[in-house]
Ligand binder design. Structure first.
Ligand SMILES: Cc1cc2nc3c(=O)[nH]c(=O)nc-3n(C[C@H](O)[C@H](O)[C@H](O)COP(=O)(O)OP(=O)(O)OC[C@H]3O[C@@H](n4cnc5c(N)ncnc54)[C@H](O)[C@@H]3O)c2cc1C
Length: 391
């Protein structure tokens, strides 16, 4: 079957939905189509590891895509882009002609070479439903990975009366992002909540019932959940000859190396002039804002994406927002109101602030962005006290 639309969006996720809404706002009479690989229409992913484990309200996650009046085809994978013909082919052989195309394909979870589909690689609402059904009180889960997803899932399971063993190679929870003392404090906090945190430990083989660990021991469990990061879904773009470097390379207007093809969300590597480098992030804020800007740009508006996205997370009763580069290898300057409960961490690279972690410190994202944009020079003494800034 052949279809033809002014705008085609590949990926019915957060960025794709935001783009569809913006397109409809900017081009009232345009035809918009969307292809989505999942069985579910677009939804917010952050609640999958947070709110849904508190209130279980799945009805709150769905996004208002119907307002965009797009022709949405789910369970359909785009498999090929023919740039000269301006067509996309999907996995049932349909051809979709586009005027302008958005690639918003997100990323696929990294997998282990063992365990197969018995391990839950946590990314979709389908993964949530599967884990939720298995997570009966007293069941024992191994959570592999000590980063953002692993730490949130471990907290979600523990608060739902499951036994949890966390395994990861680093020295502490989120140790690649947090300064050492904070990673240690969060790890101690998880242990105090009853989570068996095994630092410096990996799974080397086994099944969803028994994992072989790097110290040679066996861990018997009722299930395995893995949060090992994602690999951006760039294959379509690469096969089409678009420039790819970690993500799909876009300019400030979110155009790829083909001016009729745009990219946004987790899959896009965008310029971040205040950081002096290109950035690819996996942040809900970026998916929403970049998706919306891409929609506007596709409709002909001058709507560059020139923001530094922020990230947020909840871990038991701890929570934070963060902006810029959170890399524990940078110089970190900690400013605590209450140690490891409320404060700010500045990430310095040379004389510039490159990232800010706002630990239980709220309404400071705009001020953090401003600080990162300042030329400095800053050092460990002069940066202290810069945040919180007066509203
Ligand atoms: C459990 C979880 C918790 C999170 N929590 C937070 C948080 O607290 N804070 C935060 O800032 N961020 C969080 N994130 C990250 C955030 O959700 C992502 O950054 C965001 O979803 C990215 O949106 P996207 O549209 O780029 O990708 P996605 O939302 O992943 O959507 C991409 C869609 O494209 C589809 N697709 C891929 N290839 C094709 C193809 N060839 N054809 C058709 N469809 C295709 C995929 O199946 C998917 O549905 C979380 C993510 C997860 C998984």
């Amino acid at each position: 079957m052949q279809h033809s639309h002014d705008y085609l969006i590949i990926g019915a996720g957060m960025a794709g939905e935001a783009a569809a809404q913006a397109l409809r706002g900017a081009a009232a009479n345009a035809t918009i189509a969307m292809l989505g690989a999942e069985a579910d229409p677009p939804y917010d992913r952050p609640p999958l590891s947070k709110a849904l484990w508190k209130d279980g309200r799945e009805d709150a996650i769905w996004r208002a895509l119907d307002k965009a009046r797009a022709e949405v085809t789910l369970q359909r994978n785009a498999v090929k882009i023919e740039r000269a013909a301006h067509t996309v082919t999907d996995d049932v052989g349909d051809t979709w002609r586009y005027g302008k195309l958005l690639i918003a394909t997100g990323g696929a979870p990294r997998r282990l070479p063992f365990g197969g589909d018995d391990f839950i690689y946590y990314r979709t609402v389908g993964d949530y439903r599967r884990l939720r059904a298995a997570a009966k009180p007293g069941q024992h889960f191994a959570v592999i990975g000590g980063g953002f997803i692993g730490s949130e899932i471990a907290a979600a399971l523990a608060t739902n009366d499951c036994r949890v063993t966390m395994l990861f190679p680093e020295d502490g929870i989120c140790a690649r992002a947090y300064p050492r003392a904070l990673a240690d404090a969060v790890t101690a906090y998880y242990r105090a909540q009853g989570v068996d945190v095994r630092t410096g430990m990996t799974a080397t083989g086994g099944s969803a019932q028994a994992l072989t660990l790097s110290d040679g021991s066996t861990l018997k469990v009722d299930g395995v959940v893995a949060g090992l990061g994602i690999i951006p879904n760039v294959q379509l773009a690469r096969d089409a000859g678009l420039e790819v470097d970690n993500g799909i390379v876009v300019n400030a207007h979110l155009q790829t190396s083909d001016p009729d093809i745009y990219a946004a969300g987790d899959v896009a590597a965008f310029p971040a002039p205040v950081l002096g480098r290109r950035l690819r992030v996996e942040h809900a804020d970026a998916a929403n804002t970049m998706g919306a800007r891409a929609g506007k740009c596709m409709a002909g508006e001058d709507a560059p994406y020139n923001e530094l996205p922020f990230f947020y997370s909840d871990l038991f009763d701890l929570g934070y927002e963060a902006v810029g580069i959170l890399d524990a290898r940078l110089e970190t300057v900690e400013q605590w109101v209450t140690p490891f409960r409320e404060g700010v961490v500045y990430y310095l690279d040379g004389s510039r602030v490159r990232g800010v972690l706002l630990w239980n410190t709220w309404d400071q994202v705009a001020a953090a962005r401003k600080l990162i944009a300042e030329p400095g020079p800053f050092d460990a003494t002069s940066v202290l006290g810069r945040l919180p800034a007066a509203g």
